[in-house]
Design a protein around this ligand. Structure first.
Ligand code: NAP
Length: 295
């Protein structure tokens, strides 16, 4: 049956905001927020702390959503307990409530479930996380796989694009610092298949209505690079000075060295009829976001 409504948990975040805007003309959209409520035209926003299972259950049941997308997350600066609570325990509480409704559950996982020793990871490769975020994502994935009936675990590469006004994305920060002539330090050790945020939200939108979009799927762009390389290409494209971009210095503590965390997304490309985008294509979409933001 075609879904009529969606609940986006973490709908005030970077991905959640773009997703709500992409879906609001097709579906009844509910979003949840926590510290930074965000009002989006045509979208019903609800406050929902992720550390309170009773509140989670009541809120999810109240929406009667046909699809529940878990797009909540925590920045890397938080404690390992908080990272686990938001990325794993909170997700399993939401899954339990979504299962009572019989809703499809889409969980946003990431390439961090891999250790970066190989690169080009496929859905069948065994995850071996190297950090707290990867461990929390994998704990959630394992819980969903054992408890969920109708779920999609979507492992995405990092995405770029403009963030909500209250929470600038890395793209916002790089562009604004370069415009101001400030030097910017960016990671040069992890290779990722970066993709524009539009590609991720289109992937989720198609997964909401595609029966076969179940189990685990990978999402990424078609031109692997480090964040520093991405920043240089971005600077060139938007006629800013790439010379202000420097490799981020390692803090020396447990430095894992070079890691290749690229994802192979060919299974999803066939299923959802979406080819991984090249940087040039992603920058065209970013340019449109900048024009819309200025108008
Ligand atoms: N961005 C990427 O490149 C990327 C790539 C792969 C996977 N992902 C995954 O996608 C998800 C969303 O990423 P994002 O970049 O959009 O993150 P984000 O901008 O940091 O948004 C996180 C969301 O989680 C909510 N949240 C955080 N702590 C909460 C708590 N204790 N209780 C209730 N809500 C809480 C935030 O609410 P408030 O802001 O209102 O507090 C916000 O809506 C994350 O799980 C992330 O790991 C992201």
């Amino acid at each position: 049956m075609k879904p009529r409504s969606v609940l986006i948990v973490g709908g005030s975040g970077f991905v959640g905001t773009h997703l709500a805007i992409r879906l609001r003309d097709e579906l009844k959209v509910f979003t949840t927020d926590f510290r930074q409520p965000k009002r989006i035209r045509g979208v019903t926003s609800l406050a929902m702390p992720l550390l309170k299972p009773d509140e989670i259950k009541n809120t999810v049941l109240m929406t009667q959503a046909d699809v529940v997308v878990y797009a909540a997350g925590s920045g890397s600066s938080k404690s390992s307990q908080e990272i686990e609570a938001i990325n794993s325990s909170g997700a399993l509480s939401v899954l339990a409530a979504a299962s009572l409704l019989g809703s499809k559950f889409i969980y946003l996982s990431s390439a961090q479930v891999f250790d970066g020793a190989k690169g080009g990871y496929r859905e069948v490769d065994a995850p071996v996380p190297a950090d707290d975020l990867g461990k929390a994502k994998l704990a959630a994935e394992n819980g969903i796989r054992t408890r969920g009936l109708n779920y999609l675990i979507l492992r995405s590469s990092p995405v770029y694009g403009l963030g909500p006004a209250s929470k600038p994305s890395i793209t916002d920060r790089v562009l604004s610092d370069l415009c101001l002539g400030n030097p910017v330090e960016l990671d040069d050790r992890e290779v990722h298949s970066f993709a524009p945020v539009e590609s991720l939200v289109e992937f989720i939108a198609r997964s909401c209505v595609t029966e076969g979009a179940r189990g685990i799927l990978h999402h990424g762009g078609g031109e692997p690079c480090t964040l520093l390389e991405l920043g240089r290409q971005l600077a060139q494209r938007f006629k800013l000075s790439p010379s202000l971009l420097r490799p981020k210095k390692s803090d020396g503590s447990g430095d894992p060295g070079k890691r290749d965390l690229t994802l192979n997304s060919s299974v999803a490309a066939d299923l959802l009829k979406m080819q991984p985008l090249l940087l040039e294509q992603g920058f065209n979409l970013l340019e449109k976001q900048l024009l819309t933001a200025r108008s």
